[in-house]
Design a protein around this ligand. Structure first.
Ligand code: ADP
Ligand code: MG
Length: 647
């Protein structure tokens, strides 16, 4: 045990950030704001807060370190606690949505950007903190972008009020430094020299139609030709894809001679315990193949990777202001991401990166990611800003979102009843309650309307399940069977009641893990939904909401859902027999998703409520229930008038 701890300290001191420790701390003392740029793995995230704390530079305050991803905040806090030889939740802690592992002793707090933003509602000056370190700034998530403005204003205001100063550190692997420097009043920029080895880059000779197939071919070609101690890192888009490829690799590996294979998935939803596999060294003569999303691009470091296989794609949420359609689509990633991914192969020795796309395709890609704030719905953010007492129209942002996107969000917030008007918005009583929930205002509206429909019991479960990842587990090789087993949960009303049936059955099941396995359900995601429900229930109780059940009056539940999701209605186009083609309230055309409960229904329901408009090969309505067309007029008359014109 002692030897391990010593090694951990030795390893720390080898990190590039240690080489410049003295100078770095000098700069930290001298400047109120600074930008720190360094290769992934140079020790920014794990070391900088520790170095500051070792010198007690934080004084009586706390050092906050934000992460765009929940899983990064958790795993990094665990790592740092280990390095500091302490338990997580004491000096080092983390705070992510629905989970707070900190105490009043916590001095280094890793938290998601969303959590810090929520704290800013209660305390816009962030008085608890003497340092705010905004990490992974290059990702340009909406929350981080907004936090740039929050900390900038807080820093200034704390000086005005002669309070203890707020120090700001912006950290990133690669980014467009100029616009950041300008935004932060020409603050100093410190570059860390990385320890990287050359990485040879190979592009595909021709375009691939199917990158999953190309990935499998490349994995096994390399497996046959490289020594077993060369670990692979494969960049894919998401959990389901990773699970499919993982299964395929295991199947093919049975037939293939050569060293044995250990496959480790790594994606945002994976529980920390499972993630540890990724950092464990594989046994001798075993090749480790890590299948990761872009989370492995910069947030976390995986040692000993010699080969990177990059599908060159990322799953991204975008939003179309005109149709109000939110899309989840797989798109080509930016060049910066391509370099970042390739760089993962050169951390401990020279390596190679295999890009599953051509050099010409790479050249045609944009250099940097578009900031999320340009392409996502802003209602949740604007509600937070208003709740924090900020003025959305004058709030300082590095990149301003499109004017019509702000306008559309204000209209939505008005129709949800969260604000009183769109030009000089003030929070209503309802809006204040809405901002107490750490979820999208559409869903907090659902919970707040539920007592009126007598269905808070059900609404809580439903919102909790909708806040979690997919609860169905449909492995490719057992598809038929999984679908057969799923039948018993399916409701003819649609997917929402189906989800509710699953969740209720899960809650009642005594041996949950085993039960999930038998029923092709995802145990982790359902357990997460239970925790979420508990948290949401706590907020409801604080607001004195009556928790009652609507029993079999499920119409009530759907009307309640509609009260928050009224913008998510679609109508069958051209009546029956058209094969389930729908047009949404904002005029977008879409079909029912084939995996949905209503897909096979004939005739298709005249009106539906959907949770998501998913644009894959074509636009699909996902998680859909049949509703009565007149409900929209009863539940959201203002919106109904507005969208009838479109119809
Ligand atoms: P940066 O933020 O600059 O990308 P980090 O501080 O995240 O760097 O990581 C620095 C180094 O610490 C990594 O290169 C890796 O060697 C080690 N490290 C970080 N997290 C872990 C972990 N969970 N397990 C093992 N090693 C880790
Ligand atoms: Mg980092």
């Amino acid at each position: 045990e002692k030897v391990v701890k010593e090694n951990l300290q030795d390893a720390r001191k080898q990190l590039p950030v240690y080489m410049v420790k003295a100078r770095l701390l000098e700069e930290v003392k001298r400047n109120d704001t600074m930008i720190l740029i360094g290769e992934t793995g140079s020790g920014k995230t794990t070391q900088v807060p520790q170095l500051i704390h070792e010198m007690r530079l934080e004084g009586p305050g706390v050092i906050a370190v934000t992460q765009p991803r929940r899983v990064a905040a958790i795993t990094i806090a665990l790592r740092v606690a280990n390095e500091m030889n302490t338990e997580v939740g004491s000096i080092v802690g983390y705070s992510v949505r629905f989970e707070d592992v900190t105490s009043n002793r916590t001095k280094v707090k890793y938290l998601t950007d969303g959590m810090l933003l929520r704290e800013a509602i209660v305390d816009p000056l962030l008085k608890k903190y003497s340092f705010v370190i905004l990490d992974e700034a290059h990702e340009r998530t909406v929350n981080t972008d907004v936090l740039f403005g929050i900390v900038k204003l807080a820093q200034k205001e704390r000086i005005n009020q002669k309070m203890h100063p707020l120090k700001i550190i912006i950290m990133s692997a690669t980014m467009d430094v100029d616009s950041f420097r300008k935004y932060f009043n020409n603050c100093p920029v410190i570059y860390l020299e990385g320890r990287s080895y050359p990485v040879t880059i190979y592009h595909s000779k021709m375009k691939h139609e199917d990158y999953q197939y190309a990935a499998l071919c490349t994995i096994f070609q390399l497996h046959a030709t490289t020594p077993p101690n060369h670990d692979f890192l494969v960049f894919l888009t998401g959990q389901e894809e990773i699970e499919t490829i993982m299964h395929n690799i295991k199947q093919i590996a049975k037939e293939t001679p050569g060293p044995s294979i250990r496959v480790c998935p790594l994606y945002a939803g994976l529980p920390p315990a499972k993630q540890l596999q990724v950092w464990k060294e594989a046994p001798p003569n075993t090749r480790k193949i890590v299948l990761a999303t872009n989370i492995a691009e910069a947030s976390v470091t995986i040692p000993r990777i010699k080969c990177v296989i990059d599908a060159g794609v990322v799953k991204e949420r975008t939003w179309c202001t005109r149709t109000g359609a939110e899309r989840l689509r797989v798109r080509a990633c930016a060049q910066a991401a391509g370099w970042q991914r390739a760089g993962r192969a050169g951390r401990t020795a020279a390596g190679a990166a295999y890009r599953l796309y051509t050099a010409a395709e790479f050249a045609a890609r944009p250099q940097h990611n578009t900031p999320e704030i340009i392409r996502c719905p802003l209602a949740p953010t604007i509600l937070l800003l208003i709740a924090a007492g900020m003025e959305p129209s004058t709030f300082p942002l590095i990149d301003a979102p499109p004017e019509d996107s702000i306008k559309a969000s204000l209209v939505l917030l008005k129709e949800l009843g969260a604000i009183d008007n769109e030009t000089n918005p003030k929070l209503t009583v309802l809006g204040k309650k809405m901002s107490a929930f750490p979820i999208d205002p559409k869903y907090s509206k659902v919970l707040l309307s539920a007592p009126e429909y007598g269905c808070l019991e059900e609404a809580l479960s439903l919102v909790a399940v909708l806040s979690s990842e997919n609860v169905f587990h449909t492995p490719m090789h057992k598809r038929e069977e999984a679908l057969k087993v799923k039948q018993k949960f399916i409701s003819p009303i649609g997917d929402h009641i189906t989800l509710l049936n699953v969740f209720r059955a899960f809650c009642k099941a005594p041996l949950k893990k085993q039960w999930c396995k038998e029923n092709y359900l995802n145990h982790k995601n359902l357990s997460y939904a239970c925790e979420v429900r508990q948290q949401l229930l706590t907020v409801c109780q604080r607001l004195n909401l009556t928790v009652s059940s609507c029993g079999s009056a499920l119409d009530q539940l759907l009307k309640c859902l509609l009260s928050g999701l009224f913008t998510n209605c679609a109508w069958a186009r051209g009546g029956a027999g058209t094969g389930g083609r729908y047009v949404t309230g904002s005029g977008a055309a879409a079909a029912l998703h084939p995996a949905g409960a209503l897909h096979a229904m004939r005739p298709p329901p005249p009106a539906v409520l959907y949770t998501e408009l998913l644009h894959t090969r074509r636009p699909y309505l996902v998680t859909v229930s049949a509703i009565q067309p007149q409900w929209l007029h009863q539940v959201a008359p203002e919106y109904a008038r507005r969208c009838r014109a479109v119809r």
